[in-house]
Design a protein around this ligand. Structure first.
Ligand SMILES: CC(C)(COP(=O)(O)OP(=O)(O)OC[C@H]1O[C@@H](n2cnc3c(N)ncnc32)[C@H](O)[C@@H]1OP(=O)(O)O)[C@@H](O)C(=O)NCCC(=O)NCCS
Length: 188
């Protein structure tokens, strides 16, 4: 469990409403909270076994991050993995009561920062065509559409939109690393 990729230390942010949010690597005790968030946020949730595999994936496996308020259980998580010289965002989910407060952006900033620290400068993902909130989030992180797979999601027959982003990320281009769209980063 200690062998999957880890953030060296937690990252501290202030959300646009001023609340303190901490992003850290997921550990096994976070599993229950992660599964709860997943079930509440996703129409086709991954199983606990899927997350156990991710957490036990070894140094070459995905990184799993959680976001929480101070001294609290996680209310959001994100999963990404390196594929050759690219970084793939595999999943991101925020508990329904915390959505729309900048937490998704905080997690994206954390994932891309981690990828950059590994020398990766290009990121990819797939998103349901109808998921306008997620597409908006990714666009604000500099992702652009590169393709479409029709009928990709078996549950709804919905298309997947393929998106790619590259370094530098928008908060670097605009030199807003410390405060981007109301999100403040405390530690470098
Ligand atoms: C998609 C998701 C991760 C975004 O996280 P979030 O914390 O809600 O998003 P943020 O608060 O960081 O906002 C990101 C953008 O989406 C917008 N947004 C957030 N919630 C919204 C809503 N309910 N309606 C419309 N726009 C919304 C925000 O305004 C923001 O855009 P802006 O910067 O232009 O204002 C989250 O909504 C979620 O968990 N959804 C369910 C699971 C999911 O769809 N995951 C993605 C799979 S690819």
């Amino acid at each position: 469990m200690t062998e999957h990729p880890l953030l060296m230390s937690p990252i501290r942010f202030a959300a646009p409403d001023g609340s303190l949010r901490i992003v850290r690597s997921a550990q096994r005790p976070d599993l229950e909270a992660i599964c709860q968030i997943e079930r509440a946020a996703n129409m086709s949730p991954w199983t606990q076994g899927d997350f156990e595999d991710y957490l036990a994936g070894g140094m070459d496996g995905p990184i799993v991050l959680v976001c929480c308020r101070e001294s609290s259980y996680p209310d959001a998580f994100a999963v990404g993995r390196e594929i050759s010289d690219e970084f793939e965002i595999l999943s991101i989910a925020v508990a329904p009561e915390e959505q729309g407060k900048g937490v998704g952006l905080i997690l994206m900033m954390s994932l891309l920062r981690w990828a950059k620290s590994r020398g990766i400068a290009r990121w990819i993902l797939e998103v349901r065509e109808g998921n306008t909130v997620a597409r908006k989030l990714y666009a604000s992180c500099g992702f652009f559409e590169t393709g479409k797979r029709h009928g990709y999601y078996a549950d709804t027959n919905e298309a997947a939109i393929l998106m790619t982003g590259e370094s530098p990320v928008p908060w670097e281009v605009r030199q807003e690393m410390h405060c981007f769209r109301g999100v403040k980063l405390f530690n470098q």
